[in-house]
Design a protein around this ligand. Structure first.
Ligand code: PGD
Length: 809
């Protein structure tokens, strides 16, 4: 099969189809940079282009094995992570057959749930496995009702319009009569609840936002609050043709636009591109942003006209900043004490911001913290006081530094995908409250002005996510996970979650099936072609759920009698119709599939977020109660939450350097990793090469390392009252004294599986993080609010076993 090359074809507005692919073939031979295992001589080699969250690439296959990965030529900045695919598809961590936990098979539902993660597995045939799953779902429904089934199934899964594991799970469980679901996300859960109250929607997160073109042309200063772009820009949810974030940052740096990165850690772009680095104490950005605003007010630099015309509640917030109510003026000296930054640095930054066209880019990570709503609200406050919202290159945005494709001009065209259907059980929990749900049935929590009462969960069904990576306080999750009678998981790999299931169904990887990748953040639509047939007995989530739905009597509603390719054709035809409404002529499905890719016309390069609103807020009001930016929200104030008042405020975090205890004096930041996507690809060579003695690297400042007699390259222990893990030490002055950085995603590997309080041998920060919501408003995750101690590891350290399949597998 040839990689998707061929002649360019022009649509009415000139879309390009496969235009770069002819070049792509020559690049294929000429781009050895991101290659994997070399092909052996002999058997013929086939080449197939496909797509993924990590980008588009061609896989070379010999004798049924992927031997080489070559990035697609349309991608100006491919990620090295794609070289992991051969190992991911063929490696030893794959689940080959349906498996059942031994105690569950012998003792039935609810048997020895404390042995989850410790028990051996027993292989069964697909027929037996599907009968067991169908029978158990039916038993739980008949005994307890559908609200005893949790199907939140949160997770990144794989790219594509059809094989979205979470959506497929939701569709299946909805067809089965319903399930308890989840809403919001771990990425920006607090922010996405806050912003509709403040801005009337979430466009400032998902886009369109002011483009990089506009920034390049007009911006005089970029202030990245929590900035960390290169590594996060390696992925686009849903797939992509082009990596745009890194090339744009390179261009911005080359053009000499000053960038200030405010981050306790100096990430790669800060070093490589020479950004200015301000390193505040973690969790104090809200105080910094408030003080920047107060400085503008004190020095007569605040834009009163913008505040009057386009916002409501400014007077009340400014009164708070001036100390009305609590007698504390939130000025630079005050913030200096909290953030650890010199007061004069804060004042100077405020003046610089007011003196030029300034773009504030605040990251998702800042709101993954106690009171995480506040730095985002304070960003809107500061940008409003600067008065540049809606001007080219000015204002703010929340995702530029957090994922690829934000700030690229958006294509209006979308290709529809699988739908989840209507869930007859109308209960959704805030997603990060999963352990509370399992441990506290009947409890009620506040959430964004309403109350959520937790049902009693007896069965968990999970596909496409890894809660034993992504959730906080994993020792608490170990206890919570023992509550349900049955856990069913679909996974391609023996992840920590798969090992803690009762029934594990082997899922195909994205390279073993056909799909379409299309994202609003990218102008390429990619045919995600099957590269190799399913490995061993793996089946796609869609096939698994279709077979189960057939067994349970609602197959026709689930799959509608369509197979994989019929669904893709159907999505394409509907997308083609939509595109025609925008005067874009997409080719017929067969032509698209043959070509392998379509390039959409570029969107509006000069787009400026909130431009119309700024010009005429009466005519173009926001969808807030006032139609204006709500710097004070009567709605939020009306909820009466102590932990989220009606305006942005500094609320002391539960744990931070300002209240450090002797037993946990260091602030741990758990950033997104450089060499994998969350926990995906931790089982690949890229992540393995980056580890230190097999453990996740932990960045430690030289002062903190020396104080403990710990050297670079050693294994040491991070510990607090919630847990402990072993890490590999990287001594570096790229992290502020008093702060350690341990990226999330190393597969949880306890020395005593199943036991809360076991030592994680591998370096998963979530054994240390706290499992408490951001506030009653957002109930988001608060992973960044974590204090720890670092201890020298005495004596021999245990071997990492995270990638050894469980007994019986
Ligand atoms: P992934 O590692 O992407 O993490 O949490 P998430 O659970 O999304 O997990 C996806 C899982 O899906 C993997 O186990 C993969 O093997 C599986 N999978 C992939 N493709 C398929 C498929 O086709 N079918 C099936 N059945 N399975 C598939 C990410 C979450 O972690 C997020 S979004 C964020 S932002 C949070 N970030 C942090 C953080 O910054 N710091 C900490 N400490 N913790 C975090 N957790 C959160």
């Amino acid at each position: 099969m040839a990689a998707g090359f061929v002649t360019a074809a022009l649509g009415r507005r000139g879309f390009l189809m496969g235009a770069t692919a002819l070049a792509g073939l020559s690049m294929l031979n000429g781009r050895p940079g991101i290659a994997s295992a070399q092909a052996t001589a002999g058997a013929p080699v086939t080449e197939v282009q496909t797509g993924s969250h990590w980008g588009t690439f061609t896989a070379r296959v010999r004798d049924g094995r992927i031997v080489r990965i070559v990035p697609a030529s349309m991608d100006p900045a491919p990620t090295p992570m794609i070289r992991n695919f051969p190992e991911l598809v063929h490696g030893r961590t794959r689940i080959h057959r349906p498996m059942v936990r031994q105690s569950w098979l012998q003792g039935g539902p609810g048997a020895a749930t404390d042995r989850r993660g410790a028990d051996p597995f027993v292989p069964v045939s697909w027929d037996e496995a599907l009968d067991l799953v169908a029978g158990e779902l039916t038993r739980v429904r008949e005994t307890y009702g559908n609200q005893a089934i949790f199907g939140g199934s949160y997770g990144w899964g794989s790219a594509g319009r059809l094989h979205l594991a979470g959506t497929l799970t939701n569709r299946f469980l909805a067809g089965f009569g319903g399930y308890v679901g989840s809403e919001t996300n771990y990425s920006y859960g607090a922010g996405m609840v806050l912003l509709p109250h403040v801005l009337g929607g979430n466009q400032a997160i998902g886009g369109p936002v002011t483009t990089w073109h506009s920034i390049m042309a007009h911006t005089g200063l970029i202030v990245m609050v929590g900035g960390a772009a290169f590594k996060n820009g390696q992925i686009t949810f849903g797939g992509m043709g082009e990596h745009t974030t890194k090339p744009w940052l390179n261009r911005i740096a080359a053009a000499g636009v000053p960038v200030v990165s405010i981050n306790p850690v100096a990430e790669d772009e800060t070093i490589e591109l020479g950004f200015e680095w301000l390193a505040p104490r973690p969790g104090t950005d809200a105080a910094l942003l408030l003080a920047l605003t107060q400085t503008l007010v004190e020095e007569g630099l605040a834009d009163r006209d913008f505040l009057d015309r386009c916002t409501v509640g400014a007077d009340r917030v400014l009164a708070y900043l001036a100390g009305e109510g609590d007698g504390v003026v939130k000025d630079a000296a005050w913030a200096g004490e909290i953030t650890g930054l010199p007061a004069e640095t804060i004042r100077a930054l405020a003046r610089r911001m007011a003196g030029t066209r300034t773009m504030i880019m605040t990251s998702w990570s800042l709101q993954r913290a106690d009171h995480g709503e506040q730095p985002w609200w304070a960003t809107v406050l500061l940008a409003s006081a600067l008065g540049q919202i809606g001007l080219p290159g000015g204002g703010f945005g929340f995702s530029y530094t957090s994922t690829n494709g934000i700030g690229a001009p958006r294509a209006e065209i979308s290709i529809p995908g699988m739908t989840s259907g209507r869930n007859p059980v109308d209960i959704d929990i805030p997603v990060a409250r999963i352990a509370d749900l399992l441990l506290e049935p009947g409890a009620t929590i506040p959430f964004n002005g309403r109350e959520v009462t937790f049902p009693d969960i007896k069965l968990i069904y999970w596909a496409g996510g890894n809660p034993f990576h992504h959730h906080q306080d994993l020792n608490r999750l170990v206890r919570a996970w023992q509550v349900p009678e049955t856990v069913i998981v679909h996974e391609p790999w023996w992840t920590p979650t798969a090992r803690r299931a009762d029934i594990v169904l082997p899922a195909t990887t994205t390279l073993e099936r056909n799909d379409i990748s299309a994202s609003a953040r990218d102008r390429w639509i990619i045919a995600m072609k099957q590269v190799v047939p399913p490995i061993a007995e793996a089946r796609s989530d869609f096939e698994i759920f279709s077979a189960l739905a057939d067994r349970l009597g609602f197959g026709e509603d689930y799959h509608e009698g369509k197979d994989e390719m019929t669904w893709l054709r159907d999505f394409w035809d509907r997308g083609r119709e939509r595109a025609a409404r925008y005067d874009v002529a997409l080719p017929e499905f067969d032509a698209f599939w043959e070509e392998g890719q379509v390039q959409l016309p570029e969107g509006d390069c000069d787009f400026v977020f909130l431009r119309d609103f700024r010009i005429d807020p009466e005519r173009f009001p926001l969808r807030t109660p006032s139609g204006r930016i709500e710097l004070f929200s009567e709605t939020i104030a009306g909820f009466g939450y102590d932990d989220c008042p009606g305006h942005p405020a500094w609320l002391e975090p539960a744990e931070w350097l300002g209240n450090a205890k002797d037993e946990a004096p260091l602030h741990m930041i758990s950033s997104h990793p450089q060499h994998r996507l969350h926990s995906q690809m931790d089982n690949g060579p890229g992540a393995a090469e980056a580890k230190i003695q097999g453990r996740e690297p932990c960045w430690v400042n030289p002062e903190d390392a020396a104080a403990r007699g710990i050297a670079d390259g050693e294994v040491a222990r991070l510990v607090n009252a919630r847990g402990a893990c072993l890490v590999g030490i990287r001594v570096t002055d790229r992290v502020r004294p008093g702060v350690v950085m341990l990226a999330e995603g190393a597969w949880y590997d306890p020395d005593r599986p199943g036991e809360p309080g076991a030592l994680d041998k591998h370096g998963n920060p979530n054994v240390l993080t706290r499992d408490v919501g951001t506030s009653a408003l957002g109930q988001g995750c608060t992973a960044q609010t974590t204090m720890v101690q670092l201890v020298k590891a005495d004596g021999p350290v245990p071997t990492v076993t995270a990638f050894d399949p469980p007994a019986g597998a």
